[in-house]
Design a protein around this ligand. Structure first.
Ligand code: PLP
Ligand code: TYF
Length: 396
């Protein structure tokens, strides 16, 4: 059985961490994986999470199975956060939400659901995108195509190319869009550009699948959620996967959700019944701890405020690192212009470093980035940035 099995390739991003872990250089820096580190280089345990866990410990509830679609309080809190408590889709019960095993699990649920009910649909992801988008939809049995997204010359979005691609996709195609903080490029669409995207997606009968893994890391929780709300208002079917891995620093708890917007409450109920079937045949029902923590924080006013403050702290620190990176390279590599890094949003920057430069950074300086030149700005801090800047200046 096993003798003919080939070795599978490493995940291009998680593989960087494996190589980093094996490096014995004390000044090594991992700018590969998308994880937020604080200024001491530690993954934070948010105070709002600790307080919610203390409250949950006091209650010491038994660990029974959750419902198939997850904790009701969690699903409600996610809907209010993602769509707005006063939104039409929530009020009219046209949106359904199921707790999922992180954002990845939400995407897989959506992909499996789509395969069941629209098996011949074409899937389109951005070029480039998070590598797992392709893998997840392929493993659900779909053919995955790309639409133009990044323009290396302008270091921004190839908006005309993207719009043109949307205008020629077959009706019923599923378009995976990054709701904010595009991974890997950091290049987002403007509000006016989103208006055009929403118009063409809706009028051409395309199915938007919004992936929101970084809400709160761009402009703020409300501002970053606007794209989802605008699509929900546009009225067509809509899939939204969201993740709290980054925004609650709860990576290992696997907290995310899949929401689907239907045309009526009655249609939404049928959709939910079928989504529950997809969940049941994957893992039956989700784990309880992470969902309880997030539901507690979101529904307790003081904890919610604390979370918003802590998330703002992460967002501001990343922006400070972007500014320090740009200013530092102005000095260390005056012939190169890195101003575009200030325009990028979220955790990542498509730095423009080539695969060869990334290799030299790794081999000679123990600075680890993804081969595409993507760096995680959220892994820079006041202690390691000097080493990173001088290493980049040398490879430039
Ligand atoms: N979607 C995007 C764009 C991501 O960058 C990530 C990152 O991990 C995910 C989804 C998955 O989130 P999670 O780690 O919660 O599975
Ligand atoms: O892009 C990233 O770095 C994050 C973390 O298979 C991640 O989204 C990377 C690869 C992967 C799972 C998560």
């Amino acid at each position: 059985l096993f003798s003919a099995i080939d070795m599978a390739p490493r995940d291009p991003i998680l593989g960087v961490t494996e190589a980093f872990n094996a490096d014995t250089n004390p000044s090594k820096v991992n700018l590969g994986v998308g994880v937020y580190y604080d200024d001491n280089g530690k993954v934070p345990l948010l105070a709002c999470v600790q307080k919610a866990e203390a409250l949950l410990m006091e209650k010491a509830a038994p660990r029974t199975y959750l419902p198939i679609e997850g904790l009701a309080a969690y699903d409600r809190a996610v809907q209010d956060l993602v769509f707005g408590a006063d939104s039409a889709v929530v009020r009219e019960k046209r949106a359904i939400t199921a707790q999922a095993i992180g954002g990845t699990g939400a995407l897989k649920l959506g992909a499996d659901f789509l395969k069941r009910f629209s098996p011949d649909a074409q899937i389109y992801i951005s070029d480039p995108s998070w590598e797992n988008h392709r893998a997840l939809f392929e493993s659900a049995g779909f053919q995955v195509n790309t639409y133009p997204y990044y323009d290396a010359n302008t270091r921004g979005v190839n908006f005309d190319g993207m719009l043109q691609a949307l205008q020629t996709m077959p009706a019923g195609s599923v378009v995976v869009l990054h709701a904010c903080c595009h991974n890997p490029t950091g290049a987002d669409l403007s509000d006016a550009q989103w208006t055009q995207i929403i118009e063409v997606v809706t009028s051409r009968g395309l199915i938007p699948f919004l992936d929101m893994a970084y809400q709160g890391f761009g402009e703020g929780i409300e501002a970053d959620g606007q794209v989802v709300r605008r699509f929900a208002d546009a009225g067509g079917p809509l899939f939204v996967s969201n993740s709290f891995s980054k925004s609650f620093s709860l990576y290992g708890e696997r907290v995310g959700a899949l929401s689907i917007v239907a045309a009526s409450a009655e249609e939404a109920a049928r959709v939910m019944s079928q989504l529950k079937r997809v969940i049941r045949t994957n893992y039956s029902n989700p784990p309880s701890h992470g969902g309880q923590v997030v539901a507690t924080v979101l529904s307790t006013p003081e904890l919610r405020q604390l979370w918003e403050d802590e998330l703002a702290g992460m967002r501001v620190r990343i922006r400070e690192m972007r500014a320090a990176f740009v200013a530092g390279l102005k000095e260390a590599a005056p012939n190169h212009n890195f101003d575009f890094v200030m325009q990028q949003r979220g955790m990542f920057s498509y730095s423009g470093l080539s695969k060869e430069q990334v290799t030299v950074l790794r081999e000679q300086h123990s600075v680890y980035a993804v081969d595409t030149g993507r760096i995680c700005v959220a892994a820079l801090n006041s202690k390691n940035i000097g080493h990173v800047l001088s290493a980049i200046a040398q490879v430039l």
